[in-house]
Write a protein that binds this ligand. Structure first.
Ligand SMILES: CC(C)(COP(=O)(O)OP(=O)(O)OC[C@H]1O[C@@H](n2cnc3c(N)ncnc32)[C@H](O)[C@@H]1OP(=O)(O)O)[C@@H](O)C(=O)NCCC(=O)NCCS
Length: 153
């Protein structure tokens, strides 16, 4: 089964919102995805497909020379097959090409799979946002990755 990763389009909005419900305690609404895909010029989203079925997506915002990863999500039935890793690789390859010098993200302190995934790509913990998540008051770990030619203060 071939994995295809491509840039997200308008037709992906609904499946992305459905994927979020399966993947996150506080999923984004379809309206949020509409805004991200159709209006937000800073946003770059990609989807992963197997046999025309969406199995994951990931996205980020390019803010000057920083890439802010918003979400990485893989359908629960397709996890531990390298899809999350493939999505992050494609995001980083794209943003490094357009001159992004560093990448950052926030992740729930309890989200070990995601923390290990990001650590694999050289992201390092750089701080904590206390009680960041409204649904359960969990802390967010802020992680950064500096590109070889980039700089992070
Ligand atoms: C985090 C997530 C995207 C990982 O996707 P995935 O396709 O299963 O990940 P991969 O198979 O590519 O794994 C890549 C690496 O991530 C880490 N990892 C992923 N799942 C893991 C798990 N359950 N336990 C431990 N490490 C894990 C490992 O380091 C793994 O490398 P390895 O296979 O060499 O050990 C997926 O679990 C998910 O969608 N979770 C819910 C949404 C979420 O929390 N997203 C991240 C926050 S924005």
């Amino acid at each position: 089964m071939d994995l295809i990763i491509r840039q997200a389009e308008e037709k992906d909005i609904k499946p992305m919102a459905e994927m979020d419900i399966l993947c996150f305690a506080a999923p984004w609404s379809e309206q949020s995805f509409q805004q991200e895909i159709k209006e937000n010029r800073l946003a770059f989203y990609i989807v992963a497909e197997i046999e025309d079925r969406m199995v994951g997506y990931a996205g980020l915002w390019s803010v000057v020379d920083e890439g802010h990863i918003t979400n990485v999500a893989v359908h629960p039935a397709y996890r531990r097959r390298g899809i999350g890793e493939a999505l992050v690789s494609v995001l980083l390859a794209h943003t490094v090409k357009i001159g992004i010098l560093s990448h950052t993200l926030e992740v729930r302190a309890s989200n070990k799979p995601a923390i290990l995934l990001y650590t694999k790509f050289g992201f390092q913990p750089a701080g904590l946002r206390k009680n960041y998540y409204e649904d359960n008051g969990e802390d967010a770990i802020i992680m950064w990755r500096k590109e070889p030619s980039g700089s992070v203060e």
